[in-house]
Ligand binder design. Sequence first.
Ligand SMILES: [Ca+2]
Ligand SMILES: [Ca+2]
Length: 104
Amino acid sequence: MPTHNHPLHAFDLRSVVLFTCLTMGGSSALMAQNASSNVPASSTQTAITPSEVFTRADLDRNGQLSRQEAQNLPAVAEQFDEWDRDGNGQLSLEEFLLNANKKQ
Ligand SMILES: [Ca+2]
Ligand SMILES: [Ca+2]
């Protein structure tokens, strides 16, 4: 029943868009409360590129992710030592992209 399927799909899509709006609105409120607007919301994290994730997580903008800054990215924090190839306690953009791209 393809003719019956189409309008149903359109309705589903609207619900998803509505849900996305609600989710993003909620995240913005959360971010405002957090007082750290540089931290990416998990809902938008998948939509932006790895280098954008890095830039947003690099709170002091020194081009390196410290272990503390990586706490905002649980997936990164978990494997911080693995990702920190030269073991200097900081993730450079190069180290970050190398592992972010490998992961995907
Ligand atoms: Ca930094
Ligand atoms: Ca490093």
